[in-house]
Design a protein around this ligand. Structure first.
Ligand code: SF4
Length: 478
């Protein structure tokens, strides 16, 4: 999973891009990159967080121009190396730079076609190159001297038929404007915003609405599934969209990935999490559990935990302190790094825990790394009982759309029932959200639940699934 931003403005965009990327930092901390365009591309990318990569003002000064895109990366496809960091730029047949959030699922077919028919060699393992070269190949057919908005939007419409999977894309088409589009299923988010300040005018695309709050932009609307927009250098927004159809927006954005203050598909993420917590309270009652207090696994479970505590009439406490120096443990590339991160990140508050039956709410249980460690910590602190409560249903299937739940072997619930999971975690009880409850709660705001149900909204056969899993395993060296 990653975060993207693109801005076209009447003034230089570099500092706004840096602020925007830092507001998307929770979506990826492996690498960050920005490319701007003036008379040529100005590209800077590096490993780590955006504030570190762009902390030097001289670096920002070099990013000249009034149009640019940025990216924060969490490696799901491709390695965590800077070589695989985005944005990626090409100069043939025209100057194009691109960044994306998501995963292409027909990558083998695309790579072969690009190589055989267009003599393009995809240099990295990063599938943004596949999207970029596919667009370049489609634009190659045009009269580039007269390339205009309709031709670019038509090329994107053709691209959407060729590239399968989940992708929200921002791109600079040099001399023309900022391009953005979403796959036909609308699995990953993309929002349009605008700012007018005096005579200044800026239009932007970003993964989350929170970017616009920080930059003083007004949110205009979300880009529709299968829609392409081209914002020309004068700030005009041109768009082409298919007739409205079903959206398969990722339910996990609401559960874990998006920031709680973001609005997605018209719903505030925090409000969705509170509802999920309240619903989970019904399952806790059904299980006959009688906790003394409710605590959360910081930070993404906070709203679900408080919703659950209110519904059960129990006190909510912050029982685990978080070391803010350490990011989200899910966003580490290897299991060893994840375990180290969990150890360094969380510390229990003894007085809150000792002698109590503690209900610990987490947003989800994927690998079990965090849950197992927390159960141990709480027992060491003298908890009388530890109940692990998951605001999401059991994750049983890999995600092939850009979230790192990539191999069945690493998913705790893939082959275990709830009792076996309880045993594996060492908890006194484990309670999960029901999938049907979550689907009722989220309604039309979400549409992909494949990691819970195994029903993928795009064509995914067993061979593709095996290929994606094998690729992921080889990148991790296991
Ligand atoms: S499979 Fe799960 S994580 Fe992946 S897009 Fe669908 S809901 Fe989101």
């Amino acid at each position: 999973m990653c975060g993207v931003i693109g801005i076209v403005s009447s003034s230089p965009v570099a500092s706004d891009l840096v602020v925007g990327l830092s507001a998307l930092q929770h979506r990826g901390q492996d690498a960050a990159g920005i490319v701007t365009w003036s008379d040529r591309f100005h590209l800077h990318k590096g490993a780590g967080r955006a504030t570190r990569v762009f902390g030097d003002v001289d670096v920002q000064k070099e990013l000249r121009g009034r149009i640019g895109i940025g990216h924060v990366r969490y490696a799901t496809q491709g390695s965590a190396d800077v070589l695989d960091a985005q944005p990626v730029a090409v100069n043939y047949p025209l100057a194009l730079a691109m960044a994306h959030n998501g995963n292409v699922t027909n990558f083998t077919r695309l790579r072969t076609r690009l190589n055989r028919e267009h003599h393009r060699l995809v240099e990295t393992n990063n599938d943004v190159e596949l999207i970029l070269y596919t667009l370049a190949a489609l634009l190659e057919r045009e009269d580039l001297k007269r390339l205009g908005v309709p031709a670019v939007l038509a090329a994107v419409t053709a691209l959407l038929d060729q590239v399968e999977g989940a992708y929200s894309v921002v791109a600079v088409v040099a001399g023309l404007g900022l391009l953005g589009f979403r796959d036909r299923h609308g699995i990953r988010p993309l929002v349009l915003g605008e700012r007018r300040q005096g005579t200044g005018h800026s239009v932007a695309l970003a993964s989350e609405s929170t970017v616009f709050d920080h930059l003083g932009f007004d949110v205009q609307r979300e880009i529709a599934p299968g829609e392409a927009v081209l914002i020309t250098l004068d700030g005009q927004v041109h768009s082409v969209a298919p007739p409205p159809g079903p959206s398969h927006f990722c339910a996990f954005e609401f559960i874990y990935f998006a920031r709680e203050d973001a609005v997605m598909n018209g719903a505030r993420v925090a409000a969705q999490r509170i509802l999920a917590g309240r619903k989970l309270a019904e399952r806790v009652r059904e299980a006959g559990l009688e906790p003394d207090i409710v605590i959360d696994v910081p930070n993404s479970a906070y709203f679900a935990a408080t919703g659950l505590a209110e519904a059960l009439g129990l006190p909510y406490r912050r029982g685990l302190a978080q070391n803010p120096e350490f990011g989200r443990s899910f966003l580490h590339a290897t299991q060893v790094e994840r375990e180290r991160a969990v150890r360094q990140k969380l510390n229990p508050i003894r007085e809150v825990i000792a002698g109590k039956r503690v209900a610990v709410v987490d947003d989800s249980i994927v690998r079990g790394t965090t849950s197992r460690h927390i159960v141990r910590l709480l027992r060491d602190c003298g908890a009388k009982a530890v109940y692990m409560l998951s605001a999401a249903p059991p994750v049983r299937f890999p995600c092939v759309y850009g979230i790192d739940i990539a191999t069945r072997g690493e998913i705790l619930a893939a082959g275990l029932n709830t009792e076996q999971i309880r045993e594996a975690l060492g908890a006194d009880a484990v309670v999960y959200q029901r999938l049907s409850d979550l689907q009722d709660l989220f309604g039309t705001t979400a549409g992909c639940y494949a990691c819970f149900s195994g029903q993928y909204p795009t064509p995914i056969d067993r061979a593709t699934l095996r290929l994606i899993e094998a690729e992921r395993r080889s990148q991790r060296g296991n």
